[in-house]
Design a protein around this ligand. Structure first.
Ligand SMILES: Cc1ncc(COP(=O)(O)O)c(C=O)c1O
Length: 337
């Protein structure tokens, strides 16, 4: 249930969980998805930003009127801009120039200062958006950087909220938790909580083709040869994030952009849920895991952000066609899944 609160940060979390009923899965196997896009900042990242900032305030790292600095290309930036506006902080967010105007304008609308850096800048070079954020942080007295990739409070936020909410709703009926990852905060935090309650729950990470996690999990190597561009925004990595705890992960499956987008189209047309590409990936993977099980079983995943941010891509037939994807079948209630 969404709550009633005095401030925007008090209504983060407690997102609804819905059962997905239109996918072809074995009898007795149930699929549930947590609607993380209903957080007030529009994504699951509200949870970690709230938790990390509360800790920084408690420890005096962030003082009234202070400045929050972070490099971000998406949802974390929106959550920071929202929290900064609500709590009276200055927010300086560095972004690569490939990020869409709408995403940048949304941050500016909440009063954040956005520093746009060239996408072509090499990692580590002065103009790269990560280096730029670190320089601004070093040069700005009283500023605080969240460092979401390597900050253990990231997965702790999911351990303390997302995991317990799933457990409260479904209890020990949960068989598997499935999610794609970037920092690994979601899969690590939720898996740790659920496995502490029920050790034989299976956790499955979904990784886009072009990211290093799949190969690392199966062969123990980070292979630069695996790194390749893909369209799904917000998951997969070209390095290992410290928050990604592989000791909690039982399997890693690979997905393609086409897999994720087909699931997005199915979710929109059959379930009425218009979601981002990582939600599509998560549901694609949850369906795969569900098909490997016999009922009774329950598979849970999360829908991290909304499709409204991707109208010009995932839900635009011209863009889909131009990039070699099936535009989906709008006339029949069919799906490629
Ligand atoms: C749209 C989207 N989905 C999923 C994730 C993955 O979450 P995590 O960083 O917790 O692994 C992110 C993270 O940036 C995201 O932006």
């Amino acid at each position: 249930m969404l709550g009633i609160g005095m401030h925007v940060q008090s209504v983060i979390g407690r997102t609804p969980l819905v059962e997905l009923t239109t996918f072809d899965v074995p009898p007795g196997v149930r699929l549930f998805a947590k609607l993380e896009f209903l957080n007030p900042g529009g994504s699951t990242k509200d949870r970690i930003v709230r938790h990390i900032l509360a800790d920084a305030e408690r420890r005096g790292l962030l003082r009234p009127g202070g400045t929050i600095v972070e490099n971000t290309s998406g949802n974390t930036g929106a959550a920071i801009a929202m929290m900064a506006a609500a709590r009276g902080y200055r927010a300086i967010l560095t972004m690569p120039d490939k990020v869409s105007d709408e995403k940048r304008d949304a941050l500016r609308a909440m009063g954040a200062e956005v520093v746009v850096c060239p996408t072509s800048a090499a990692p580590g070079s002065a103009k790269h958006y990560v280096t730029c954020a670190r320089r601004i942080h070093a040069e700005t007295p009283g500023s605080f950087m969240l460092n979401q990739y390597d900050n253990p409070l990231n997965s702790e936020a999911h351990f303390l909220s997302t995991g317990p909410e799933i457990w409260e709703a479904l209890g020990d009926s949960v068989t598997a938790f499935v999610a794609s990852g970037s920092t690994g905060g979601t899969i690590s935090g939720v898996s740790r909580f659920l496995k502490e309650r029920k050790p034989d729950i299976t956790s499955v990470l979904l990784d886009p083709v072009g990211s290093v996690y799949h190969r690392y999990f199966h062969d123990g190597v980070v292979d630069p040869g695996e790194i390749a561009p893909y369209f799904v925004e917000g998951v997969g990595e070209d390095h290992l994030a410290e928050c990604m705890d592989f000791s909690l992960i039982d399997d890693v499956l690979r997905f393609t952009d086409a897999d994720a987008f087909a699931a997005c189209h199915h979710l929109a047309r059959r379930e009425g849920l218009v979601c981002g590409g990582t939600a599509g990936a998560n549901v694609w993977g949850a369906v795969r895991v569900a098909r490997s099980l016999e009922g009774p079983a329950t598979v849970v995943t999360v829908l991290p952000d909304s499709g409204s941010k991707y109208m010009s891509k995932i839900y635009n037939p011209n863009w889909l066609k131009a990039n070699g994807f099936s535009p989906g079948d709008t006339s029949e209630r069919k799906s490629a899944l």
